[in-house]
Ligand binder design. Structure first.
Ligand SMILES: [Zn+2]
Length: 115
């Protein structure tokens, strides 16, 4: 099944928004987080609960960052509507055929979400 770039970007944005909202709600209400300082709860909770280098990665990707990334994907979706042209996806403007970063991110998110 193929889908339009705009749909791929919007799907990835929605996935991130939904997961970020659920994670933020958990962060705000679950007892696991209550002993952590609000400012560093995400980072410290993962470091203490799971630990390791994977937690170092998660530490720099809290729900607020997921929301910001989702916003960028939604903005990028507009650039992929038929009347607009993404500078990366327009061969005239991208003669080196550099990959579209927004689509690359969206496709990674969508693949992970459907795996
Ligand atoms: Zn593009």
């Amino acid at each position: 099944m193929s889908s339009r770039p705009t749909d791929e970007l919007r799907a990835a944005a929605q996935t991130l928004m939904d997961l970020a909202d659920i994670a933020q709600d958990d962060l705000d209400t679950d007892d696991f987080w209550k002993d952590y300082d609000k400012a560093t709860a995400w980072r410290d909770g993962f470091a203490n609960g799971f630990g390791g280098v994977s937690s170092d990665l998660v530490a720099v990707f809290p729900p607020a960052t997921a929301h910001a990334l989702a916003g960028w994907l939604r903005d990028s979706a507009v650039l992929h509507l038929p009347d607009y042209e993404c500078g990366y996806c327009d061969p005239q403007r991208n003669p080196l055929r550099l990959p579209c970063p927004a689509l690359a991110v969206a496709r990674q998110i969508n693949a992970a979400a459907s795996a």
